[in-house]
Design a protein around this ligand. Sequence first.
Ligand code: C2E
Ligand code: MG
Ligand code: MG
Ligand code: MG
Length: 288
Amino acid sequence: RSKMDGRGTWRFFEPAMDASLQSRRALELDLREAMDKDEFDLFYQPIYDLQMDRISGFEALLRWPHPKRGLVPPDQFIPIAEDIGLITLLGEWVLNRACEQAASWPSELKIAVNVSATQIRDPRFAEVIANALDASKLDPQRLELEITESVLLGNSAETIATLHKLKAHGLRIALDDFGTGYSSLSYLRSFPFDKLKIDQSFVRDAIATKGSKLIVRAITGLGKSLGITTTAEGVETIEQLNQIQAEGCNEAQGFLFSRPVPATEIAPTILSLRNGLSRCRLSSAMSD
Ligand code: C2E
Ligand code: MG
Ligand code: MG
Ligand code: MG
């Protein structure tokens, strides 16, 4: 295949480039179709309160069960949804579904929803949130929005104002993947976060690598000084759990507690995590 370039000469695509462009176009078309056909799904992963020794809530994680490609991971399609302008619609679907789901849970459980930068910059964002809360009758205090540092990159006055407005309505705001973005600590000054989620890369290495251990310690200390919750992401082993608990992290999330589960497995997951810490330690002691 070939294409005229700006100067009226023919330019030939590399076959490899052509193929990846085609598969990208195909994925875009599939995404739009999936949106029309309501083919997305939400999974839920428990967030464990280490002090209370119980689940404090669940994080909603988007899944795309593709008829031919299988389960497409969000890291592969969310950036595309952003590019083709589908993220606001998709994000609205996620918020509605997550709030509706959480409204049926015991009232002490929160729901955390990931929101992208584009979504927050949409002028309708506050209205979308209000609608999701209205329709589900979910207490706003039970809804937590997870944003990444990229949301704050522009540090635009509007974004900060939107977040303040949502907070004033009782929502909580968590800073996700903390430590991996263009971390400028001034973000922490320009916005009153409720929670820092320590990126799983630091948690994973916190046993073997001194640097990562010190970063976990520093972030936890920062959270303490600021009076906000710290959550360790990606806790997979009992050693990591012991480590982050020793550092004073308030919450943990990861495969050690549970993988993300479909809505139908939420109740059994809550049951199986009763006294989760002692259970985790017991099962690890038995496998030693
Ligand atoms: P995230 O918000 O940081 O979510 C945590 C990711 O880590 C999830 O991947 C989760 O399945 C995975 N995870 C949890 N525990 C462990 C563990 O112990 N070990 C390992 N290796 N991984 C663990 P997932 O579901 O593939 O999501 C990836 C990212 O996609 C999310 O990262 C989030 O940034 C984004 N995402 C997911 N759902 C949504 C959504 O509804 N909207 C938006 N805008 N982004 C979303
Ligand atoms: Mg998240
Ligand atoms: Mg994260
Ligand atoms: Mg992430």
